[in-house]
Design a protein around this ligand. Sequence first.
Ligand code: SF4
Length: 197
Amino acid sequence: MDLNPKEKLISEINEKIKICKLCDLYKIRKNAVPGEGNINSKIMLIGLGPGKDEDIQGRPFVGAAGKFLNELLNLVGIKREEVYITNVVKCIPPNNKPNEHQIFICTSNYLDKQIEVIKPRLIITLGEIATKYIFEKNGKKFVNMSIHGKVFEFKNYFVLPMFHPASALYNPSLKEKIINDWLKNKEFIRKFLAKLE
Ligand code: SF4
């Protein structure tokens, strides 16, 4: 099958990620997880990194947190296939805590390029590490997740910081807050669906 230029670029990035050894996280992974979804979508979701299930399957958000993420997407009337989903780091980080060096190497080689090629108009950051990365990449100061559920307009895209869906698994009291954040932004998020190419 012939790939169009955008598909070709994404597939080249994915192939590089799958065999990447640029930081030491490659030593503990089973599979690198490049990302998946609609590369023509104007909505990109960025999480922290693969967990155990994602590491086994090589796909993002397929474990319990992924199940909750699917529910959140359904809640705002979006199918998972209508957005692009990826992570800050593409290999499973120990204790969900990639270090600064791993984040720098992985984002400068891969996430930045995925954003450049896919050109989202709305980035939904899931959790602190993704939000911090996207804020600082745009020269903005990030303090903490008290900004959850609020929309920010940056030069090339809007950013909507949300709590990471996994945080509801560790802290059930957050679940309602997360659901409210998604519902509150339902119409805003859905506007970007209409912009599918
Ligand atoms: S985390 Fe990123 S930079 Fe590190 S080995 Fe995996 S793909 Fe490469």
